[in-house]
Design a protein around this ligand. Sequence first.
Ligand SMILES: [Zn+2]
Length: 66
Amino acid sequence: MRIIKEGKKPIKEWQVTCKKCGCVFVFNNSDVHSDQREGDWVVCPTCNECIDVTHRNWLNENIKHL
Ligand SMILES: [Zn+2]
């Protein structure tokens, strides 16, 4: 196929609060580590805690979709 006008690929971002140190940061899919058994997680930039973000597309008190 041929693109006449290129569309903008939406970057999905989420805001998450680290429960361990209280750091609030924004991540996108390129920051997410994933494993079939462990699910998806991001690493807190402040304390290196692994934060589970497997259910980031669901309603979640700790993770906000931006
Ligand atoms: Zn942290």
